[in-house]
Design a protein around this ligand. Structure first.
Ligand SMILES: Nc1nc2c(c(=O)[nH]1)N[C@H]1C(S)=C(S)[C@@H](COP(=O)(O)OP(=O)(O)OC[C@H]3O[C@@H](n4cnc5c(=O)[nH]c(N)nc54)[C@H](O)[C@@H]3O)O[C@H]1N2
Ligand SMILES: Nc1nc2c(c(=O)[nH]1)N[C@H]1C(S)=C(S)[C@@H](COP(=O)(O)OP(=O)(O)OC[C@H]3O[C@@H](n4cnc5c(=O)[nH]c(N)nc54)[C@H](O)[C@@H]3O)O[C@H]1N2
Ligand code: SF4
Ligand SMILES: [Mo]
Length: 695
């Protein structure tokens, strides 16, 4: 039989949204590789997705629906049919809805796939029609998205290759070697042509190792650093007063505010010397074009929104917005927003249910959300027991005997272990979808390469089964994936000219369609779609919400949850450290963290600690250590290294608790919300660390 080449798109939470090719023979994929014709992927995939066939054909793939037969979490299951599974879900939901109302059902999904059909529409239409609780999807970048939108009006970002025109790049709390790898070849070329790279991160990341200058501030002090740089720039007269007068609102007020951030004070807050602050300000203001590149890790702090606001100030005071090779690179999401009504069909649904912040899952399940309480949880495309903050509370919530939990998954994850019903999900190679990206503007169509393995079904297919079971009849609940794509494309094209000649048929024929947006350099036309039409250094939107309308810095303020601690004596404030848990190089959060080959490359779960901090606690390289606070604890291997600054620990996110000793780093992280948009605050995490041997 002939070999078929099928093009697809990487579904994972990554700005690169690569194109790939699967070669299929007799219904099985023989080869899988990067598409050399995809303009961003350019023929290579990252370390995580290169061995993707091991993921898709993993012997642990869930292939049939399962019903729990023992106590929750006991791992006792019985295979059932899809018909039985759906009937049981319907039966339980009808009972719950009769007694508590439909808001007692909470769908929980996030970034297992970023596709239009399998994520966006699958987490909208059916649940809206049901009148379920709405999930506030604030776990990742909510504060930065809000802060950037308040300040600049929209999330527009230059194409990766524009960095070739930069003379200076500041990568700020972002680790693209691991998290946006296809940016790197362009940056490397720029560096070879003389561009200087500065990385600001408390940890010497893979990205920082390739920098000319690595600056390691204390965590959550970047807002002060940014305002300190602005202070110096203005004091030295390196700012662009004319640009500020024309393109911004609130410059006089901000200028006054900057007086509060002299380098001496900022040095105290950040742990960066006065001389370094002045030198950084000088380099940034006098080497142009200068690009500042951020992502979301930076703002996963209690003060994360204001941190991003402060950083947004810098390209404004130097007049760098709209300059090719300069400005701010954050996200391209704002270029293409799917038509809200076509995605949601709000107008044909009951009024939206109350909002539940996904960062508060544990608390919500344990009684924070009442009237009605959450009586059923439906999880898909996410692994909250491993990835949500304050995991001890999440797991306690999942253990509730009276909670009816359904998990739709490819694998028996930490979360699926607590389900009443487990449903098998298709992988990207078995489903249809359309992907926009947050790092570029190439639209990609994913065609299934193979039939679903076992009895696996896609998210959208299950939504149709559930809709029928619940007695719904609206045709938009039962469209094929291609029909969903065609409807949303057509509706979005009405207001977005870039989509005018993009059709399903073209996508099917061409697979990848690079979209063109004007101007190519963000804000080169001087237009900022804020209420004032200018860069809002002073934001009335923030003032209206009772937030500080000017950028500011406040301390991060996590107490380590000691309030609930039973081991008080252990937690003396001066012994505490701040634990950062950013991206692992070989996983996408918890996706792929069950792949033997990738697990081997990542090594056993570890925590990095500075030699000084290790010495003070009697910790040696390679020791088993307990990382703990009032919220919980987990056991890791100590890596003693100067790659983290004193006072800081680093341990990558994404580990499956069940593949270790039952707990991962999120047993310590905080479920407090940040200063803007209900943001998660994973990195504002005060912990204590000790060798396992000491009690
Ligand atoms: N390989 C890989 N790629 C991924 C992911 C993954 O898990 N693995 N996850 C994907 C997802 S969901 C996302 S949202 C993106 C995130 O992409 P990034 O934001 O690039 O990744 P993070 O590692 O979360 O955070 C970046 C850096 O922020 C630093 N940081 C934390 N707190 C502070 C601070 O206060 N100040 C400063 N200056 N730096 C700080 C951390 O040390 C970390 O190195 O990556 C995506 N890509
Ligand atoms: N400590 C700490 N924790 C963090 C973070 C941090 O910085 N530190 N970062 C947070 C961030 S930024 C994010 S975005 C979240 C990400 O957390 P999640 O959104 O939960 O992402 P993943 O861990 O990748 O888990 C996705 C799950 O979806 C499943 N899946 C994949 N495709 C499909 C599909 O088509 N259908 C179904 N039904 N399932 C599918 C996968 O098998 C996987 O188990 O993690 C957060 N957790
Ligand atoms: S995870 Fe990112 S870099 Fe890796 S294949 Fe997917 S889109 Fe490309
Ligand atoms: Mo994320």
């Amino acid at each position: 039989m002939a070999v078929q080449r099928v093009r697809g798109v990487c579904p994972h939470d990554c700005p690169d949204t690569c194109g790939f090719v699967a070669e299929v023979e007799n219904g099985r994929i023989r080869r899988f590789y990067a598409d050399s014709e995809h303009p961003v992927t350019q023929g290579w995939l990252c370390a995580k997705v290169r061995p993707y066939l091991n993921h898709v054909y993993h012997p642990d793939r869930l292939l049939y629906p399962l019903r729990r037969t023992g106590p929750k979490g006991s791992g006792q299951w019985k295979r059932i049919s899809w018909q039985e599974a759906i009937a049981e879900i319907g039966h339980r939901w009808r009972e719950i809805i009769r007694q508590y109302g439909s808001e007692a059902v909470l769908p929980y999904s996030y970034s297992g796939t970023l596709g239009l059909v399998q994520m966006t529409v699958s987490s909208a239409r059916f649940w809206n029609r049901l009148g379920a609780s709405q999930l506030d999807r604030a776990i990742c970048g909510a504060a930065a998205e809000f802060a950037v939108t308040c300040t600049l009006g929209v999330r527009h970002s230059p194409p990766y290759h524009h960095v070739r025109d930069s003379r200076l790049v500041i990568i700020w709390g972002h680790n693209p070697v691991s998290t946006a790898p296809h940016f790197m070849p362009h940056l490397k070329d720029a560096q070879r042509a003389g561009c200087k790279l500065i990385v600001i991160d408390p940890r010497r990341t893979r990205t920082a190792k390739g920098a000319d200058w690595h600056i390691a501030p204390k965590p959550a002090t970047d807002g002060a650093l940014a305002l300190g740089l602005a202070h110096v720039i203005v004091r030295e007269g390196w700012h662009n007063e004319a640009w500020l007068m024309t393109h911004t609102v609130g410059w006089p007020a901000l200028k006054e505010r900057l007086a509060e951030y002299p380098p001496e004070r900022v040095a105290e807050i950040t742990g960066i010397s006065v001389a370094d602050i002045i030198e950084l300000a000088r380099l940034y203001a006098t080497t142009t074009p200068a690009l500042i590149k951020i992502a979301d890790g930076l703002q996963r702090h209690r003060n994360g929104g204001q941190t991003v606001r402060a950083i947004c100030v810098l390209p404004a005071i130097t007049g760098q917005y709209g300059v090719r090779g300069g400005g701010l690179a954050y996200s391209t999401s704002g270029y293409l927003q799917w038509d809200d009504e076509a995605v949601n069909h709000w107008s044909e649904c009951p009024p939206p249910g109350r909002w539940v912040n996904m960062n508060r899952l544990g608390a919500a399940l344990l009684g924070e959300v009442t009237d009605p309480p959450i009586m059923s949880l439906y999880v898909f495309g996410s692994n909250p027991a491993a990835i949500a903050p304050n995991a001890g509370r999440v797991v306690a919530g999942l253990q509730r005997e009276d909670l009816f939990t359904v998990v739709h998954e490819l694998f028996m994850t930490d979360t699926a272990e607590f389900a009443d019903i487990v449903l098998p999900a298709t992988s990207q190679l078995e489903q249809t979808d359309l992907h926009k990206a947050y790092g570029h503007t190439v639209l990609g169509y994913n065609r299934p390469a193979i039939a679903p393995l076992g009895e696996a079904k896609s998210n959208w297919e299950v939504m149709g089964l559930l809709a029928r079971e619940m007695g719904f009849t609206e045709s938009w609940l039962f469209q094929s994936p291609d029909e969903v794509i065609a409807e949303v494309l057509a509706a979005t094209a009405v207001s977005n000219p870039a989509l005018r000649d993009v059709t399903l048929e073209r996508l099917q024929a061409e697979s990848y369609i690079p979209l063109q947006f004007e101007p190519e350099v963000p804000f080169a036309d001087g237009r900022f779609p804020t209420p004032s039409g200018k860069v809002e250094l002073y934001s009335q939107t923030l003032a209206d919400r009772g937030l500080d309308p000017l950028p500011a810095w406040s301390p991060m303020d996590d107490g380590g949850g000691q309030e609930g601690a039973t081991v008080n004596g252990r937690f003396s404030p001066d012994q505490s450290l701040i634990l950062l848990s950013g991206a692992a190089h070989h996983f996408v959060t918890s996706s792929m963290a069950n792949q033997p080959d990738l697990l081997q490359r990542e090594g056993e779960p570890f925590v990095e600690i500075h030699p000084q901090d290790a010495l003070a606690r009697g910790i040696q390289h390679g020791d088993r250590v307990i990382v703990e606070n009032g919220r919980g604890w987990c056991e890791l291997k100590a890596v003693v290294t100067e790659d983290v600054r004193p006072g800081v620990l680093a341990s990558p996110k994404g580990r499956w608790s069940k593949l270790g000793n039952g707990r991962n780093i999120n047993w310590t992280t905080s479920d407090a919300l940040g200063d803007m948009a209900g943001q998660s605050t994973f990195h504002s995490n005060r912990v204590w660390i000790r060798p396992v041997s000491t009690e």
